[in-house]
Design a protein around this ligand. Structure first.
Ligand code: ADP
Length: 159
């Protein structure tokens, strides 16, 4: 059984993330989508809210678990018995950072491999930061985020 971890900030989860996750769940036996908690960095949404919104957004994906972790992704992957890290690529601009990150992770543990996935073109440009920008300027984000995120942000004006 191949377990893959999809780590990230997911602040908040977007339809781009979900598309990557769906593909990951088709390719691997189990995918753990894990919110990286950084106690030194105040995010847009608290970690527990991000986790909850992901849980509500992935109920249709049976082999997906939602979790959070603190510290090194590779240590978390080892603890969970995962052999694969999933990362997404949008544009060439993502590539340099993602390549460095994957090389650093393989230097820390050769057994855990990073796999890069891409989204459908219609989700390719979506990022959490673009969504925050649109939302904070009262734009319509309904096309870019799953319904639970939209409902949460609509009800609670987060800033
Ligand atoms: P991080 O802070 O770790 O980059 P993010 O939540 O921003 O966390 O992203 C997690 C992963 O998902 C990253 O590998 C990122 O490149 C990927 N990703 C985010 N949005 C998209 C998208 N629209 N298409 C493809 N990959 C994406």
């Amino acid at each position: 059984m191949t377990i893959a971890i999809y780590p990230g900030s997911f602040d908040p989860i977007t339809k781009g993330h979900l598309d990557i996750l769906k593909t990951g769940a088709e390719v691997f036996d189990k995918v753990i989508i894990a919110v990286a908690h950084n106690s030194e960095k105040k995010g847009f949404l608290p970690t527990d809210v991000r986790v909850q919104l992901i849980k509500e957004s992935v109920t249709h994906l049976e082999n997906v678990e939602v979790d959070s972790f603190e510290g090194l992704t590779i240590e978390y992957a080892k603890k969970r018995g995962a052999k694969v890290l999933i990362r997404g690529l949008r544009a060439v601009s993502d590539f340099e950072y993602e390549l460095q990150l994957s090389q650093a992770n393989s230097a820390l543990s050769e057994d855990i491999k990073t796999v890069f996935l891409t989204t459908k073109p219609k989700y390719n440009f979506i990022s959490s930061s673009t969504i925050k920008e649109i939302y904070l300027n009262n734009g319509d984000i309904s096309k870019f985020v799953p319904a639970p995120v939209y409902d949460y942000l609509l009800k609670r004006k987060v800033c």
